[in-house]
Write a protein that binds this ligand. Structure first.
Ligand code: GCU
Length: 602
């Protein structure tokens, strides 16, 4: 009887916990935060013994209880405090040799004290955790989050103790067919608490979030909203941009929501002048601040217009991998190295593939004046028919937009990469696009589309039905690498049925830095260089091309690339090796961008 009651109670608790992570709190300044980064106690749990009992039923006394033996006879078969540690933020794969290929569960524990003040609320905030996280505080389940690349937070006001808090996270990066991404990707499945973890302290009623950007198509009218959370919602809210002598006051409604719109004479953000303003959101109970740039981004026929002027996106694709040390990138230094290499290449744009990168990277792009394509990992063939897969993809999209909607650098949201034609796929992606437009009408929507040869076998046609619903067409092509030899590029022509701008979102070839040969020797720098030369010539012929983001800035780890002595589990399509060595093709692309930049020099 006791066991049945226990499992019913447990089932009830698990079910109601499922969707409990609260709305994302704006990551703004002017708030008290406590970093929980550093060494965390961990337990590697491949059989999830800490979660399931021997009947593979969720256990009520799992590792999340952090139980200690109370007497010498007590049987407790785990102990966080004498277990090994892992650094947070950080993936686990590159911290311990034996975890390089580990896919499964690792339990993380952080003990902390926190003196709670009256009339304050406490949230625990995760920059990201890969992939499925169950979070507990002092033995109580806070909730679950799915998706390895977007932030989430839980309120812990009523659970936190002044002393001896035990925050425990079960992180599981097992791949699943119904997940997003699904089982196969061409990037390493890094697991762990890969980004910052912190406590955020706010007043009882606080500024939950805000969206402050120029209205669609305007260069002098700000539109957006502010949302409060708490008991005292009907407050006056002032948006202040002192440098521009702007102070606009609005009244939040009974739900704490205030629509904002007002004229603003501002210096517009651009790659040449990445102007950021200190923007203050002042409610009666809390005042926060953020650095926000203002720019307009639109399309007109095949043109992409930044602040009303045609622009060419001189880009490069980047994976979120740390130069030199490898593993998931997360620091300001990582972002600086990657973005400075992109600048050196001549870029004003980066495609951050295939998932939302860390916020540090986006804010660095904001500061450096680099426009960004941000993407969710709807990659290759996910389960289009599965409602839970759609909910998951839509949640990741919503979280990506929620976190970065105030970043001027982000000009494009991408909803998919190389997904196969089909009705269920189209329906799935159309719904995602509608969602993105409902959350943010100010940015462009894109995806890396399918393409096919016309009968002449020389013309690539972009008429993927998904293109109908996009602002910008994206297309990946590997003619000369997966498709024939580089000479094939010379006679290649491109067509589309859409009057829309195209970004060639991927092209390239593998080359091992330092491997030399003639231009037909695979894996040599000369092969890659020759392919780039021919591709650049081809790109110049495409009348509707308005951007390029070759694959890829830096060699990166991939489980699909075992070739010994050449790949060694790395995709070698980088223009730069993972040790920062520039390959010959880097300079071909640099020259092309120098040419392109000349007429656009303002
Ligand atoms: C694909 C894919 C990338 C992959 C690349 C490659 O187009 O989008 O994720 O790494 O090709 O094969 O190198």
């Amino acid at each position: 009887m006791k066991i049945i009651f226990a499992s019913v109670l447990l089932f009830a608790t698990v079910m109601c916990v499922k969707a409990q992570h609260t709305d994302l709190i704006a990551n703004s300044e002017g708030r008290k935060t406590v970093s929980l980064d550093g060494q965390w106690q961990t337990i590697v749990d491949p059989y999830e013994t800490g979660y399931y009992d021997y009947r593979y039923q969720p256990s009520a006394n799992g590792y999340f209880k952090d139980t200690k033996p109370k007497s010498k006879s007590d049987l407790i078969e785990y102990d966080f405090d004498t277990s090994e540690t892992l650094a947070v933020p950080g993936d686990w794969n590159t911290q311990k040799e034996r975890l390089l290929l580990y896919e499964g569960t690792i339990w993380y524990k952080k003990a902390f004290d926190h003196q709670k003040k009256p009339n304050t609320r406490i949230f625990v905030y995760f920059g990201a955790a890969s992939y499925l996280s169950d979070v507990y505080l002092n033995g109580q389940k806070l909730g679950r989050h799915e998706g390895g690349f977007t932030p989430f937070n839980f309120e812990i006001t009523n659970l936190v103790r002044d002393k001896g808090n035990s925050l425990i996270v079960k992180v599981d990066n097992k791949r699943r067919r119904d997940a997003v991404p699904t089982l196969n990707t061409d990037w390493w499945n890094y697991g762990g608490l890969t980004r910052e973890v912190k406590l955020i302290e706010v007043p009882d009623t606080f500024v939950q979030d805000y969206f402050i950007q120029l209205q669609k198509g305007s260069q002098n009218r700000i539109g957006g909203w502010v949302r409060l959370n708490g008991g005292k919602l009907n407050q006056k809210i002032t948006v202040r941009i002192s440098e521009a002598r702007i102070s606009q006051t609005f009244t939040a409604d009974a739900k704490g929501y205030a629509e904002i719109n007002f004229n603003a004479d501002l210096t517009l953000w651009s790659p040449d002048n990445p102007k950021l303003y200190d923007v203050r959101v002042e409610a009666e109970t809390e005042q926060v601040q953020d650095q926000i740039g203002f720019r307009s981004i639109e399309v007109k026929g095949p043109e992409i217009l930044l602040n009303g002027r045609p622009i060419f996106l001189r880009g490069v694709s980047i994976h979120e991998e740390a130069p030199f040390r490898g593993g998931r990138a997360h620091s300001k230094e990582d972002a600086g190295t990657l973005l400075n290499w992109a600048k050196e290449l001549g870029c004003n744009f980066v495609r951050l593939a295939h998932y939302p990168h860390n916020e540090t990277m986006i804010r660095e792009a904001d500061r450096m004046g680099i426009m960004v394509w941000s993407e969710i990992p709807v990659y290759w063939t996910i389960l289009w028919e599965n409602p839970a897969t759609f909910e998951n993809a839509q949640a990741q999209l919503s979280e990506m937009i929620a976190r970065d909607k105030n970043r001027a650098a982000i000009i494009i949201w991408s909803v998919a990469n190389e997904t196969p034609l089909g009705d269920t796929r189209l329906t799935f992606l159309k719904k995602l696009i509608e969602r993105a437009r409902s959350l943010d009408s100010t940015r462009l929507i894109s995806a890396a589309l399918e393409r096919h040869y016309l009968d002449d076998k020389k013309t690539q046609m972009i008429d993927d039905p998904l293109g109908e619903y996009l602002d910008v067409l994206g297309c990946n092509e590997y003619v000369g690498w997966y498709d024939g030899l580089p000479e094939k590029i010379d006679t290649l022509d491109w067509k589309t049925k859409y009057q829309k701008p195209l970004i060639m979102s991927e092209f390239g070839a593998d080359a091992l830095y330092g491997k030399h040969g003639d231009a037909l020797t695979r894996w040599s720098e000369e092969y890659q260089e020759d392919l780039y030369r021919r591709t650049v010539k081809m790109l110049k012929k495409i009348s509707f091309l308005r951007g390029t983001s070759p694959w890829i800035l830096m060699d990166f780890r991939s489980p699909r690339r075992p070739l010994p002595g050449i790949q060694d589990f790395r995709n070698r399509k980088g223009l730069i090796s993972d040790r920062g060595e520039k390959k010959k093709a880097f300079f071909v692309m640099q020259e092309y961008y120098r040419e392109l930049a000349a007429p656009f020099q303002k």
